[in-house]
Ligand binder design. Sequence first.
Ligand code: NAD
Length: 494
Amino acid sequence: MLESINVAGEWRQGGGDHYASIYPADGSVTAELAQASIDDVNEAIERADRAVHQTGWGSLKPHLRAGVLYRISQLIRDRAEALAQLQRRDNGKPISETRALVASAADTFQFFAAACETLEETITPSRGDYLTMSVHDPLGVVAAITPWNSPIASEAQKMAPALAAGNAIIVKPAQATPLLALELAKLCEEAGVPRGIVSVLPGSGSIIGDAITKHPLIKRVAFTGGTKTGRHIAHVAADKLMPVSLELGGKSPTIVFDDADLDHAVSGVLYGIFSSSGESCIAGSRLFVQRRIYRAFMDRLVAAAAQLRVGDPASEQTQMGPLVSQAHRETVEGYVALGLEEGGRLLTGGKRPTGELFDRGSFYTPTIFEGLANDTRTCQEEIFGPVLVALPFDDEANLIAQANDSVYGLASGIWTRDYKKAWRVGRALDTGTVWINTYKQFSISTPFGGTKDAGIGREKGRLGILEYTRQKSMYWGMNEAPLPWADVTGGDAS
Ligand code: NAD
């Protein structure tokens, strides 16, 4: 049976091509759906625009809108295990990771419910005979376009602040992973979001994503995905003079100084690159190790990487599941071949695991290269897979220059016991996030975003809600007499 999509609250089959969500661990079909057509896009957006006004969602008192968001959060928690299992099937991540993603989606709705009911509009210092205020209106209809690597978390990160601010939202999930966004739409409906306010339109990026972005009634696009797509969306946004947030790619440096706690550093570096099979924008994929400890550190790291448990995503023990698709595994394999061509030495991995479990899925082993210069393509391009490149460094200045020598600036990690050095280096790194003696930790209350080709704008944080509003200034005249310029009293103001 074909899954339905959600066109402005109406559950129906889309008018577009059929598409199957494939379980990457064994190639079986999880669900098949008829995707959205351009007509579905136009209908969803036009009905959403009417719904913002007609349902009163945009003008609902914040505490009442917050109540709906709290209910969404609770419904996610109530259905957490089913959602985590579905997400495991949708993109093949290990169940321990999908459980964490579902919990983070619930936290996100809870957080933005609180942000919504506590957001204050301000009275600004008056500079005349008037009272001045800064208030925030909803934008109208906004869009969320998301990638396949962390579906429910990416979607919640955009839907929660957009809804909290009183907008309608059109969600375009990645083609490979449409199922969690559709589940979220069901929970929104159950929690009391009015009909028409949420639509989920699965489909191809270049057709459906593009049509959504270009639609004149779409007032903002929150995008997470690749830099090439992000740049295209930025061009469309420039033509429409539309605000966007672009959370894009990364090639994040992780730095291990010779005074680091090496147990912490080894485990943090492994988690940073190999969790999510490296399919993570913030993967710590370039490793810089201070030369004095380089060999000893690498020996430990390589031995530990070879012990990581690659396997069935349904098992609680699994640390690395399959890559999202056979096609993506081939891309990763292409990069490993390139690394060898560029003169890299493989310290571990660089192959598919063998055995019955692995034959039908798109699995790949944790892979570590050394011997590559920072300016090689293997060190510069985002691989989005379980491939780490390691480089030794001598001094701090040279390290900072190399770490910042990347088109990306998403995240970085520093391992050292010297807090002054961590402060110095952390401030010098041109990345949106710096982790010190930890890595890949996330908090909804802390803003997130990149520099350079890693994107523009920030998501998360209490003020993340403001990204989905239009600021408006209001002046309230307090003059006892008419404004003097026109002199309407004939010089007699009494
Ligand atoms: P992608 O850019 O191919 O696709 C992302 C989304 O954009 C999908 O929904 C896709 O259908 C849509 N899309 C594609 N072309 C479009 C167009 N012309 N107009 C509108 N929408 C379009 O990326 P992907 O392969 O799904 O995801 C991997 C990328 O996402 C990696 O580069 C990764 O670093 C990045 N990512 C970034 C973050 C972050 O927060 N910075 C988080 C996760 C993933």
